[in-house]
Design a protein around this ligand. Structure first.
Ligand SMILES: Cc1cc2nc3c(=O)[nH]c(=O)nc-3n(C[C@H](O)[C@H](O)[C@H](O)COP(=O)(O)OP(=O)(O)OC[C@H]3O[C@@H](n4cnc5c(N)ncnc54)[C@H](O)[C@@H]3O)c2cc1C
Length: 484
């Protein structure tokens, strides 16, 4: 067992399992990995890069496994810990948000969460209702580090590109304890890898510098159809897909969208009656009437039960979506498993029907859990235009799909097994129809051939870079990039 007292001499704050506060910082957002068997023996909270470097210099020669933690939202528990002999390096102390309006950039500490960045940039545009924004993700508690290192998708993707497309520099402490500046001219190979090569692979990133984009008030929309009958659900999904992939006008840049289908257990225990199709997002041009007309292409044939269209400043729109989304925000008591498919094939009617069948099967299954969802983040705008050279591999996609099953910590093995098999079936059937790609920010521990699915042809280049900066594979977990 590591001698944690030695480490206490190096870091200002170290929490061991028996310390007050440990149980607040150790659990990840997915309760499937919230276990004393997985948690690390200690959590180190470095205050600066020098601290990070000294922690690595202490842990590496002793072979102590480390995990890195920013927002703790990794779906597969890769920031949860590797048992009592392991150490978590928690970046929660790196909270800087330093805006340089003159050069249109912001430098963000590696411990910041999405919501903190949004608030810091609120109203910082040329007038109070104009915010500055990086292309961030949906949930306010997602950490910047994992989010951007994996590529980063969100409502801004079609307008401004993936999160990594706005990244212009990062600082990272590598396995030899050195602090490196990475950008297009310094350590450009490592910079390339940090733009989509996934968290926890190359070192401890301590800050990220992004270009910022001014965003005028947006028109938020939310549409919801409850238990559409018969073929209804797949017809709605198909209409939504036609709309988001329409290349007329500026639709692909102006309209952001997340849509999907979900089922959950109702108060009466019924799941089949609780199937909902939804579509939500915002448009950028501030024109509510125009947006209503555009959405009519989906709503006219199938009027939604709930419909909201409202102009809002960016932060208010983001806050409205904050608690919702696929996982309904972080809830440390809900275990789940997610898989993903990055779609390079269009969604045909038989694919929409298959999506709906997966959800109805789940709802009627023998041992379903709390909820299941198949969600789609629309792509196909700026994210697909030739531009920055990054490790993010999916530059010809229509959307990224996630399939998630949730259960409860008190559920039986039958329910867990059913949930796992259901997620496997979603990935198997939908990847056959839509493409083999998968999104590293939605890691799936059961995914076979994850190397090519996450990273495509870039995987070999990532391995070469890993070899250069971490040849002894100090930073590693089940699906980390292996040195050559
Ligand atoms: C509720 C919810 C909503 C989500 N919404 C979106 C979304 O809209 N768009 C999207 O793209 N993704 C989304 N995700 C996925 C999310 O982006 C990824 O899970 C991301 O990795 C989380 O980053 P984190 O810092 O919170 O997680 P962590 O679990 O802390 O870290 C994730 C990975 O990065 C590593 N890491 C952490 N900090 C560092 C660091 N400083 N340097 C190097 N490596 C580090 C960790 O070791 C781990 O492997 C969502 C996840 C959840 C649970």
């Amino acid at each position: 067992m590591p001698n944690w007292d030695d480490l206490k001499k190096i870091v200002p704050t170290l929490m061991q399992q028996s310390d007050k506060g440990f149980s607040k910082y150790a659990p990840p957002s997915n309760a499937a990995y919230s276990s004393d068997l997985i948690f690390p023996g200690a959590i180190a909270f470095p205050e600066d890069e020098e601290n990070v470097s000294r922690i690595i210099d202490w842990a590496k020669p002793q072979g102590i496994p480390v995990v890195l933690r920013c927002g703790g939202h990794n779906y597969a528990g890769y920031s949860a810990g590797r048992g009592a002999g392991s150490l978590m390096i928690h970046l929660g102390g790196f909270k800087k948000v330093q805006l340089n309006v003159a050069d249109g950039k912001v430098t963000i500490g590696a411990g910041c969460l999405n919501g903190e960045i949004l608030s810091a940039l609120k109203g910082k545009g040329p007038s109070p209702e104009v915010s500055l924004a990086i292309p961030s993700g949906r949930c306010p508690t997602v950490g910047i580090s994992g989010y951007v290192l994996g590529g980063g998708i969100g409502f801004h993707t079609r307008r401004f590109g993936m999160g990594v497309d706005s990244l212009v520099g990062t600082k990272i402490v590598t396995a030899d304890g050195k602090l490196l500046n990475c950008n297009k001219s310094e350590n450009s190979d490592l910079f390339w890898a940090c733009r989509g090569g996934g968290g926890g692979n190359f070192g401890v990133n301590t800050e990220f510098t992004f270009k910022v984009n001014p965003v005028e008030p947006v028109v938020l929309y939310r549409l919801e159809w409850k238990s559409p009958k018969g073929e209804g659900a797949s017809a709605i999904l198909q209409d939504i897909f036609s709309l988001i992939s329409d290349s007329e006008g500026d639709l692909k840049r102006n309209l952001s969208a997340q849509f999907g289908i979900r089922a959950s257990v109702g108060d009466d225990g019924n799941r089949s009656a609780n199937i909902v199709v939804y579509m939500e997002g915002w448009s950028y041009d501030g024109d509510e009437v125009k947006l209503a007309e555009i959405l009519n292409r989906v709503t006219q044939k199938n009027p939604p039960l709930k419909k909201k269209i409202e102009k809002k400043i960016l932060t208010a729109a983001a806050e409205e979506f904050g608690g919702g989304g696929e996982h309904g925000g972080p809830n440390l008591t809900i275990p789940y498993r997610t898989t993903s498919v990055v779609a390079t094939e269009p969604m045909r009617p038989d694919t929409s029907a298959a999506v709906v069948n997966h959800i109805t099967d789940w709802a009627r299954g023998k041992s379903p859990g709390e909820a299941a969802a198949i969600s789609f983040f629309a792509m196909g705008g700026k994210d697909q235009e030739p531009g920055e050279d990054t490790a993010f591999a999916h530059r010809n996609a229509y959307f990224t799909l996630s399939g998630t099953a949730y259960w409860s910590i008190t559920d039986t093995e039958d329910v867990k097994n059913y949930s796992q098999s259901w997620v496997d079936a979603v990935r198997d059937s939908l990847s056959l129809r839509l493409g083999k790609g998968a999104f590293v920010n939605f890691p799936d521990p059961n995914l076979k051939g994850w190397e090519k699915s996450y990273y495509g042809e870039g995987y070999d280049r990532l391995r070469e870079i890993k070899n250069r900066y971490d040849p002894s594979n100090f930073f590693r977990y089940e699906q980390s990039i292996k040195p050559m």
